[in-house]
Design a protein around this ligand. Structure first.
Ligand SMILES: [Zn+2]
Length: 201
């Protein structure tokens, strides 16, 4: 096979490693960048270079942040007695977008999945239990994905909190079962937060 441009091929190969991007889409994206003003490619490259340099995980909640602790953890306007437990930073972003939730977050960095060897020690579970004990938390809201793994994770952590005198809730029904929290629209998510159900009385 003749190669017109090794550079173009390399970029296409890099782009095709992104989730949901196949070879064809990768080539289309590379071509789009090539057709655009050179400034666009420069901006993209510059921002990508800074991604790992500037963004890190909050040492308290695990959220993506440029300052540690993150602005949510350090805000005086948040209700520090409520913790919303999510699987990934993108889930916390999604809940934050509803503009309704005033508590803090705890990001687990995944969900329990024995098949994929994701055991409790691979997630930020120990940190969560410690946080609950140290900070007078009154309610823990599980907003893990509405999947078998998400449910299992919520129930497992609930069992660890047996001795804690706190309210434990799970986002209400209405979320697409088996799906990703990220896929839920804002209104559905909002009602799921409002109609959260007790996991334990
Ligand atoms: Zn934080």
């Amino acid at each position: 096979v003749e190669t017109f441009s090794p550079t173009f091929n390399r970029i296409t190969a890099l782009l095709s490693r992104l989730p949901g991007i196949g070879q064809k889409t990768a080539a289309r994206l590379a071509f789009f960048i090539l057709k655009s003003e050179p400034k666009y490619a420069h901006m993209l490259a510059d921002e990508l270079k800074q991604l790992h340099q500037k963004i890190r995980y909050c040492s308290i909640c695990g959220m993506l942040t440029e300052q540690d602790p993150c602005p949510v953890c350090t805000s005086s306007r948040r209700d520090t007695h409520t913790l919303c437990v999510v699987e990934n930073p993108t889930d916390a972003l999604k809940i934050e977008q509803t503009g309704e939730y005033r508590g803090l977050y705890h990001i687990l960095m995944g969900s329990l999945s024995p098949l994929n060897r994701i055991t409790p020690d691979k997630l930020r579970i120990k940190e969560l239990v410690q946080r609950i004990r140290d900070n007078h938390v009154e309610e823990v809201i599980f907003a893990t994905n509405p999947t078998v793994e998400g449910d299992t994770t919520a129930l497992y952590i609930t069992s660890l909190l047996e001795k804690e005198d706190i309210r434990i809730t799970r986002l209400g029904k209405g979320l697409p079962t088996g799906g990703d929290l990220e896929l839920a629209d804002t209104i559905t998510l909002l009602s799921a937060i409002k109609n959260r159900e007790n996991l334990r009385l």
